[in-house]
Design a protein around this ligand. Structure first.
Ligand code: F0G
Length: 459
């Protein structure tokens, strides 16, 4: 093609109406939800950028696959198609389906991690951290130094700090590091990619010490596209070849197929270690289901088998990464500070930079997320001190999170450019009124993963 516009590489086949609640209705919804956007109902939201997880549109090929779904309890045909797709991409010996990513995490860490262990990761996602901590282990984030600075522009800002990995192993002892994990792309650090060189280096360190190396692979295809377009030597490789090489450095992976599986539900644990796989299957039977369906219907496995291939299509990935970048460029030009460069699945607004008058223990990112909803019905998610801060046991201010971000995650193949233009208009309007935004306090919270259910009050 000789033209510059990168179009949505699909046409719309089925549509769903969006509700358009007015300002009064949105304010009432906030009141009811205790200023927690997780408490909103779908019909109270105009554009929903809460998550890119399970919120994408499936293709007609995926729906056709669902009609082929084989609901045999044990040994379903759909499982073998799913297994083949996963093995084609990852090369791992054992493929264990789960109902979503966190179930794979729970099972892997139950098998591999014990009390007192330390699990290094570039940055743990919230469920990954919680599942490591649930085993009594420490979830240690060791992203490269620029990785937590929103303004630092680096091509692979999700890379693990390999020096810090060595230091961690030396400090806690190799016997207390049951596995090393790298999250691609680094969701909690801004959706930032990890380079092939970094994966290779991590592999080398793991080989040196005999430590298993796992990927948290939710957004492996987006990561592959960044490698193709940013890392020397990969411009002529296909996303599939790049993905295969990424997985070749790992001993296993956990995956939420609700992201780059292009599914509405599903996940897997895939690995080479037969002993761990056997233990994982035993646990799977206890909590998820028989190993050839793992908490999914046969038709889900079919949809994922197709989705895992579609996600590696170059036209799709070019459009996907460009549409995220387009939102980022537009809001940045309009005065909203963001994490640079934009990530693959989301634009992360930098609330600390926008709202210097709101201290971290008054939750600036929550304040920004609330105002985006109040003003324009746009729902993002706080990734700041509400999500990752540590509560002071004596009732003092929380220990702040590394960054105060609002993530606008873009569901796959769901919104058009005019939806994104509307979002940009709302974001730019809120940025222009930053001084009107104030702090919040938490009035109710759960002992873990508090961000899902906490209630907040404006100060
Ligand atoms: N790992 C990463 C990097 C994730 O982003 C997620 C989910 C998970 C693991 C857990 O997967 O939800 O299928 O159990 N992230 C979603 C999000 C929820 O909004 O970023 P799950």
């Amino acid at each position: 093609m000789d033209y510059n516009t990168i179009i949505e590489p699909f046409r719309i086949h089925t549509v769903q109406a969006i509700d358009l609640p007015d300002l009064e209705a949105r304010e009432a919804a906030l009141e009811r939800a205790g200023n927690n956007l997780f408490g909103l109902h779908a019909d109270e939201v105009i554009i929903d950028l809460l998550t890119d997880s399970g919120t994408g549109a499936m293709s007609s090929e995926q729906w056709a696959g669902m009609m082929r779904g084989d609901e045999t309890y044990a040994g379903s045909r759909s499982f073998f198609r799913f297994e083949e797709a996963v093995q084609n991409i990852t090369g791992f010996d054992h493929v264990i389906p789960t109902h979503q990513g966190r179930a794979a995490e729970k099972i892997l860490f139950s098998v591999a991690v014990k009390d007192g262990d330390v699990v290094p990761n570039n940055t743990h996602f919230d469920t990954t951290r919680a599942n490591v901590e649930y085993q009594g282990a420490e979830a240690r984030d060791i992203v490269i130094p620029g990785g937590t600075d929103p303004a630092t522009i680096l091509p692979f800002k999700g890379n693990m700090d390999i020096g810090a990995l060595r230091e961690t192993i030396a400090e806690v002892g190799v016997e207390n590091v049951p596995l090393v994990m790298i999250t691609v792309t680094n969701n909690s650090g801004g959706g930032q990619p990890v380079s092939m060189a970094n994966l290779r280096e991590a592999r080398d360190v793991c080989d040196e010490y005999g430590i298993p190396f796992f990927l948290d692979a939710c957004r492996f295809a987006e990561n592959a596209w960044f490698i193709k377009t940013r890392e020397d030597g990969y411009a002529d490789s296909t996303p599939m070849e790049i993905a295969q090489e990424m997985f070749s450095y790992a001993d296993g992976a956990t995956m939420s197929a609700k992201k780059d599986g292009l599914g509405n539900i599903g996940g897997f644990l895939a690995l080479n270690n037969s002993t761990w796989a056997q233990e994982a299957r035993n646990l799977l039977i206890l909590t998820e289901g028989f190993p050839t369906y793992g908490g999914l219907a046969g038709y889900d496995l079919e949809a994922l088998a197709v989705g895992l291939m579609e996600v590696l299509d170059e036209n799709y990935l070019r459009y996907r990464i460009r549409s995220t970048e387009y939102l980022a460029e537009t809001v940045l030009a309009g005065g909203m500070p963001i994490v640079q460069p934009p990530g693959g699945h989301a634009v992360y607004l930098d609330a600390a930079a926008l709202l210097p008058h709101v201290p971290p223990h008054q939750y600036p990112a929550q304040s920004l997320a609330i105002e985006l909803y109040r003003a324009g019905g746009v729902r993002g998610v706080e990734i700041g001190t509400v999500m990752f801060g540590r509560r002071d046991p004596d009732g003092g201010p929380d220990e702040p999170a590394a960054m105060e971000l609002v993530r606008l995650a873009i569901p796959r193949r769901t919104y058009t450019q005019s939806h994104i233009d509307y979002v940009a208009e709302v974001v730019i309007d809120v940025a222009s009124r930053a001084e009107e935004l104030g702090g919040y306090e938490i009035v109710e919270q759960a002992p873990w993963l508090r961000h899902f259910t906490a209630r907040l009050k404006r100060l």
